[in-house]
Design a protein around this ligand. Structure first.
Ligand code: NOJ
Length: 770
């Protein structure tokens, strides 16, 4: 979020509100569950909204189009709500306060139209789940459904009706901090995770009990920020826009997502928030989206900063004309200050205002807010403390871990072999870091750090000693610091830093095994957390080298949301386990994974570069001149990634065989079946992700060397064999041709590979014939 925006925020007093019983008594209506008591048909929704709109003044319609942040209550805002001048509030999490505002809207405003409350429910609410990039690494859409179902349940219980998620931005530049919020570099995996999250948040339909409205964001192209610098402009050619950046959004629309958030940046010199091509032509005309579009925070007002709008009046008019329905802002919206005048002056029509208000009212109606606007406070308490939510979170953390290296099968650990264990690293005992960024309602008392988890698991059987070794921190503070004021430990003096470093290395030397936790603190990744390098921050590389030099076995655990430089580690540390930011139960999950009570089965959702100079290094690149040198494009470093897209090891081993295609040739529009046998050839029950890649050999444009077109995470008992089925049809074989300026499915020869990552070798071909 731009600095100017957050700088105008006050500290978040709202988070300190006690969990009070609301002062008024809610009469009538059932409060047992949230959501609509009955599912309304489209025509019922339309009729009710038509009837409401007939009664609304132009000012009341304009009111619905404004959404304000609440960091502390103000009289002006209360008055605006009571007068129907606001449609939505965001960043409230205290159910009593939500009820108070809703009471003002429902009881005091002329037409009793409820507010819709929005919040960033990104990877959990009270129960924190692994960050979204981790959920993508599970390659298990059903896990994403489960996680967002729990998140929705907890958030809705306190009165949050609308989650600003899922974030569907494809990211191919890990310097961009928001890579952590998405599903990585691939549109196929990204689309599967998009649809799953929409399903988890919204349930079977918008208004389903204990679910909320999802908001796909940031529409679109934000992940391609120049230089990975957050908020900077994106320049995306149509071939990448249609084939890579847009598909996850389209998948979310097909899954029925009810709202979309416009992005902050310029897309090819037209700000996304003032971009009618995006918000109207693609979203509504091409895809038939019928929900509403909210701007990102202050991004309508920012149209002026971009040098696109002349002033705030112009920005408001451009916002509406481009297809923004609701403006998210702090202080005041450009919409509330200017839209009435714009209609009076003829720069906008009353119909345009009504068209923006209608889908907002429809969503409020579908969510059941007109019948059931208030929060049941005791029930909210109960849901937030549901123990089963923590179980789902722990299981998710186990399923998202990716084993990157395991020389000599060091993992799983044989507990009896290591009596003295050194746990080292600045993140190893941090409850705040293990839950990652974009969480606000966590409870650190119930959060399990890696040290906690190991102690829970090993009890007195092993002696675990902890030393942080180094401290790490940002060069420039995060803007979130100013708002949320999380406690920070004091910075060590130079002498103390030396002492701590030496103590950690000594501890490693005197132990039977070191578990070294490396990575980034949670404020080093996420919004406003881009960086120019992929090196391990601070003196972590030195610490790693010092610990490895002791000659004792070392397990490296990575806590991060972007790939960091592990080139040295991948040659010298026998075991590397990627755990991301695994959430509330992270420490228990890590202990289970290390000891073999859970088996890693996750796979990388991006190709892992050797260092920052290789960026971008998508696996789906084109073959060009001198393909035999493809891995040697630089004279000073390999031009292949350190770990390929889709990569991840297991404690077991697998074999793919018998790749079969139902047809050797199909016509455009026809489908062929692909099967491959997958066997667990080891002695451990474990998961493998069967992945299918396709390459079109020639056509009206060059096509990537490989593209993911199918995957399935499979659990197999030792020596069990299963046949995995895929199908390839129009959806998988067509693409946007920049030469034809259209979607095409072209006659060509196609390569097919199946295997456990994007370097799979099991190969076949088929043809699409005219
Ligand atoms: C700005 C972020 O870009 C967006 O993702 C978030 O939902 C809004 N602020 C609201 O916090």
């Amino acid at each position: 979020m731009p600095k100017s925006f957050w700088h105008s925020c006050k500290p978040a007093k709202v988070f300190a509100f006690p969990f009070l019983i609301c002062f008024f008594v809610v009469v009538g209506g059932t409060l047992a569950q949230t959501g609509s008591p009955t599912r309304l048909s489209d025509s019922e929704v339309r009729e009710r909204v038509d009837a409401l709109i007939k009664q609304m003044t132009l000012e009341e319609k304009i009111g619905q189009l404004s959404q304000l942040f609440v960091f502390e209550p103000t009289k002006d805002r209360d008055d605006a709500v009571a007068k129907g001048q606001l449609g939505s509030l965001l960043f409230l999490t205290d159910p009593a306060e939500i009820n108070r505002y809703q009471h003002l809207a429902v009881e005091k405003s002329r037409l009793h139209i409820p507010l819709i409350f929005g919040f960033d429910v990104i990877h959990g609410f009270r129960t924190v789940f692994p960050v979204p990039i981790a959920m993508a690494a599970s390659w298990d859409p059903s896990l994403a459904i489960e996680g967002q179902t729990v998140a929705a349940r907890e958030a809705r219980a306190v009165g949050i009706d609308w989650a600003f998620a899922p974030m569907l931005d494809i990211a191919r530049d890990p310097r961009w901090g928001r890579i952590i919020e998405g599903a990585g570099e691939d549109p196929y995996l990204g689309s599967a995770m998009a649809a799953a999250q929409v399903r988890g948040f919204q349930g079977d339909y918008i208004g389903a009990a204990d679910h909320l409205l999802a908001c796909m964001k940031h529409f679109a192209g934000y992940g391609a920020a120049e230089g990975g610098r957050d908020y900077d402009a994106s320049y995306i050619p149509d071939t990448l826009m249609y084939n890579v950046y847009l598909p996850p959004f389209h998948a979310a629309v097909k899954a029925g997502v009810g709202s979309a958030m416009s992005a902050y940046m310029d897309l090819n010199d037209v700000p996304a928030t003032g971009n009618r091509w995006l918000l109207h032509d693609v979203l509504r005309e091409q895809w038939g989206f019928r929900g509403f579009v909210v701007s990102d925070a202050n991004s309508v007002k920012s149209l002026r900063i971009h040098g696109y709008a002349k002033d705030l009046y112009d920005a408001a008019v451009l916002g509406i004309k481009s297809g923004v329905d609701m403006e998210m802002a702090i202080g005041e919206t450009a919409f509330s200050a200017n839209l009435l005048t714009a209609v009076q002056k003829g720069d906008l029509t009353a119909q345009q205002i009504e068209d923006a208000a209608r889908p907002i009212l429809e969503m409020k109606m579908r969510l059941g807010l007109f019948e059931n606007a208030y929060v049941d406070l005791p029930r909210a308490q109960q849901i937030l403390s549901a123990p089963e939510h923590r179980v789902v979170s722990r299981r998710a953390a186990e399923r998202t871990a990716v084993l990157l290296r395991n020389e000599g099968n060091l993992l799983p650990l044989r507990q009896d072999a290591y009596k003295k264990i050194a746990l080292i690293g600045p993140l190893a005992d941090s409850r705040r870091d293990i839950i990652g960024p974009w969480v606000f309602q966590y409870d650190l008392k119930e959060t399990v750090s890696i040290l906690d988890g190991l102690r829970n698991k090993l009890g007195p059987k092993s002696e675990i000693s902890y030393a942080p070794g180094v401290q790490i921190g940002r060069k420039f503070p995060s803007f979130f610091d100013a708002i949320f004021r999380e406690a920070k430990p004091p910075v060590w003096s130079v002498e103390q830093a030396k002492e701590e470093f030496d103590r950690a290395v000594r501890l490693a030397g005197s132990s039977d095994l070191t578990i070294l936790v490396l990575g980034e603190k949670q404020d080093m990744i996420g919004e406003g957390a881009s960086r120019e390098s992929l090196e391990l921050p601070g003196r972590q590389q030195e610490l790693l080298e010092g610990v490895v030099a002791t000659g004792k076995p070392v397990v490296v655990i990575m806590m991060n949301g972007r790939p960091l430089n592990l080139t040295w580690a991948s040659q010298h540390a026998p075991a590397i386990l990627e755990i991301w930011y695994p959430g509330t139960q992270g420490g228990n999950a890590v202990a289970n994974l290390l000891l073999g009570d859970a088996v890693p089965g996750g796979k990388l959702p991006y190709a892992w570069p050797r260092n920052g100079g290789q960026i971008p290094i998508p696996y789906a690149h084109n073959t060009t001149q001198a393909p035999e040198d493809q891995g040697k494009r630089y004279w000073d470093e390999d031009s292949t990634p350190l770990f390929p897209f889709g990569y991840g090891l297991s404690y077991s081993s697998f074999q793919f065989s018998n790749l079969k295609l139902s047809e050797s040739a199909v016509q455009p529009g026809e489908t062929l079946d692909v099967t491959v046998d997958l066997e667990n050839t080891g002695n451990t029950p474990a998961d493998e992700v069967a992945q299918l890649y396709v390459h079109q050999q020639y056509g009206s444009t060059s096509r990537p060397v490989r593209e993911l077109k199918g995957f399935e995470r499979v659990t197999l008992a030792p020596h069990e064999k299963k046949t995995v089925h895929f199908s390839l049809g129009k959806n998988e074989l067509s693409y946007w041709s920049t030469a034809k300026k259209d979607w095409v499915e072209e006659p060509s020869v196609f390569d097919v590979w199946a295997g456990g990552d994007s370097s799979a070798q099991l190969h076949s071909t088929f043809a699409v014939v005219p």
